[in-house]
Design a protein around this ligand. Structure first.
Ligand code: ADP
Ligand code: ADP
Length: 225
């Protein structure tokens, strides 16, 4: 059964830029999918449709049992964890701890479970020692790890990440790859890090000027490139 289904998706930005044209794809539960392509190909735009951050100009998106609409948006946001390219877009609380606790608190979970989830998520990204710090004081790589923890603490069924290794030092990159390897739910990410794609994604979708240019097993896609 498909956990993500996109049919005839078009996206035009308010300034007239046609960013996505007639995208159709299906992703199966548990798949690990890379979305690659040159700068401006439409990767970020596509990802931002998976959690309803952008609204299609035309076309349909279904996540699990929910067609993506205004009414289902809260369900979608609970199902899809989105790590934006720029961590500053998702860190806004006074401390790292508060940022990672924000999602689970919003779910209405009991305090003990919130605390457990925050500690587990921070441990996974190697950021327990940062919990009392204000996010704006962190380095770029530290912010990225904390942004990932804010999503992990929600236990999403689908993890969507825009350039997850961007700005990470080699050690943090390796740690993140280990974490992603152990995340057995559906994973979708954009990357210019082709070694990571080869290592972690069984399937690769290539975007070119807003269209799907290729979609298939990563090794075949890379052999043809
Ligand atoms: P990538 O994902 O390839 O690293 P970005 O998604 O950050 O790069 O940006 C891709 C292109 O989109 C760039 O040419 C950038 O200038 C452009 N872009 C990003 N945001 C906007 C915006 N708000 N308005 C116009 N162009 C934008
Ligand atoms: P990628 O992530 O592959 O680099 P994007 O999805 O960021 O590509 O961008 C796709 C196209 O849409 C590019 O031409 C980019 O300049 C444009 N774009 C991105 N964001 C905006 C925006 N907010 N307003 C106008 N154009 C945008």
């Amino acid at each position: 059964h498909h956990i993500v289904e996109v049919k005839g998706l078009h996206h035009t930005y308010p300034d007239g830029t046609l960013a996505l044209r007639n995208i159709s794809l299906r992703i199966t539960h548990g798949e690990s999918v890379a979305v690659i392509g040159a700068n401006g190909a439409g990767k970020s735009t596509l990802l931002q449709h998976f959690n309803g951050y952008l609204t299609p100009t035309a076309g349909e998106i279904r996540i699990g049992d929910f067609p993506l609409t205004r009414e289902t948006l809260p369900d979608i946001r609970r199902t899809v964890g989105m790590v934006f390219q720029n961590p500053d877009d998702q860190l806004f609380m006074p401390t790292v701890y508060d940022d990672v606790a924000f999602g689970p608190l919003n779910l209405g979970l009991p305090a003990g479970e919130v605390d457990e989830r925050v500690r587990a998520a921070l441990a996974k990204v190697g950021a327990v020692h940062l919990q009392g710090k204000p996010p704006y004081r962190l380095s770029g790589g530290e912010k990225k790890r904390v942004a990932i923890a804010t999503v992990l603490s929600m236990s999403p069924d689908i993890l969507v990440m825009d350039e997850p290794t961007n700005g990470l030092d080699p050690f943090a990159r390796r740690q993140l790859m280990g974490l992603l390897r152990e995340f057995h739910h559906t994973r979708i990410f954009t990357s210019h890090d082709l070694d990571m794609v080869l290592d972690l994604c069984e399937r690769t979708i290539v975007l070119h000027e807003g269209e799907v240019k290729a979609d298939g097993p990563t090794r075949e896609i890379f052999a043809d490139a």
